[in-house]
Design a protein around this ligand. Structure first.
Ligand code: 5CU
Length: 376
């Protein structure tokens, strides 16, 4: 519980708890964690776009695939150190991608219980400083999936669930997901929607893996994946069918704030939708859904994108985040300051004014209200 009137809250901050790391260490397909000769830390190979670099690892001159797994990934002490270094009062932690998307049906529910209990106990050990978004066993049979929602609802520090864009395998416009969305809405659990799959590797071209690092899949693939997932939900009528559903979109909604106008125009000018009566006067526009059912994080690194997010959803719907432990500083001490904090904080201050009411709201006030962080 916080009594600080202006806390700094990080709502986009991940952990890979030790039990989850063990699962990844025992895998031979992506996602996996593997040690390579001569490398200090094990490497985490996670993105579909990294398959080629994993195949080539070990060849003469080939770069190490993936990213180093440092203590920042799974040490609670390190998370608290990061928070203290950056004056973050509260973090709402979540398992990072790809969550349990790859876990076998028979093991999904029990794995989710153990991961969520691990998160609950990490939060309980740091009173007032940690809350979490739980992980759902999406590959489990539907009954077990719905029971998992009941289970996490009962965990004291759980404030929602983190979800990827694949849903049950067919995306988030899958009608089979409606009972899941309804159960989450009924229990007041916000969905933190986060990308993982990006776009098919071919779109990055033949030079990407060798020459462009992870830039294209992370900078463009991730945000477009989120944009597409939410646009599909909107077109399928999910937001109307589950009006109490609340979603927090990673990376300021991908490109949704920028493209909402174009999506609207394409809807209004689509003969098929018009003929089907889907463009009638009672239709809620994308802009309305953004202001009524969507929250956006402020992980966009520049005031230009942030201003679009604020215009689209409203200053009362944006929440600060860092994406720790991703994007560590490469040329300064990892135990010191990270640009993910300073760039995102500066963007908020430039967009809204240093010390302004808006800045205080985005930096923490909104998260306290929306995610009930003043409740024990
Ligand atoms: O660097 C990366 O791959 C990532 C990732 O996988 N997930 C994330 O949230 N940020 C960066």
């Amino acid at each position: 519980m916080t009594s600080n009137p202006f806390p700094v809250v990080d709502i986009h901050t991940h952990m890979y708890p030790p039990e989850y790391v063990k699962i990844l260490e025992n895998r031979s397909d992506i996602p996996l964690i593997r040690r390579f000769a001569g490398a200090k830390d094990p490497r985490y190979i996670i993105l579909p776009a990294e398959a080629e670099s994993l195949d080539k690892a070990g060849e003469d001159g080939a770069p190490l695939p993936g990213r180093p797994v440092t203590s920042h990934y799974s040490s609670l002490q390190q998370k608290i150190h990061f928070m203290d270094t950056h004056r973050i009062d509260i973090s709402v932690i979540s398992l990072a991608n790809p969550w349990l998307d790859f876990v076998a049906t028979s093991e999904a529910a029990s794995t989710a219980v153990s991961v969520n209990e691990e998160f609950e106990s990490m939060c309980a050990s740091q009173p007032g400083r940690l809350y979490f978004f739980a992980t759902l066993p999406l590959t489990a049979p539907q009954g077990e999936l719905l029971s998992a929602i009941d289970f996490v609802k009962g965990l004291k520090h759980c404030r929602g669930v983190i979800l990827g864009t694949s849903g049950l395998g067919k995306g988030l416009d899958d009608p089979e997901l409606i009972p899941v969305f309804k159960a989450l809405a009924k229990n007041g659990l916000t969905i933190f929607l986060h990308p993982h799959y990006g776009l098919p590797s071919e779109v990055w071209g033949p030079r990407a893996t060798a020459e462009y690092g992870h830039v294209l899949p992370l900078a463009l693939g991730f945000p477009l994946e989120t944009t597409i997932a939410v646009a599909r939900m909107y077109l399928a009528g999910v937001f109307d069918e589950v009006p109490d559903l609340r979603m927090l979109l990673a990376h300021s909604g991908g490109t949704l704030p920028f493209l909402a106008g174009r999506i609207e125009s394409c809807i209004v000018h689509d003969g098929h939708l018009v003929r089907e009566g889907k463009v009638g006067s009672g239709r809620r526009t994308v802009w309305q859904v953004l202001k009524e059912q969507i929250y956006l994080d402020a992980v966009i690194y520049s005031e230009v994108g942030l201003k679009a997010a604020i215009d689209a959803s409203g200053v009362d719907r944006l929440m600060f985040g860092t994406d720790h432990p991703f994007f560590p500083p490469l040329t300064s001490d990892e135990q010191g300051e990270w640009e993910s904090m300073t760039w995102n904080k500066t963007a908020v201050e430039k967009a809204l004014g240093e010390g302004s009411e808006g800045t205080k709201a985005v930096m923490g006030g909104n998260a306290v209200k929306i995610l009930r962080l003043s409740e024990d």
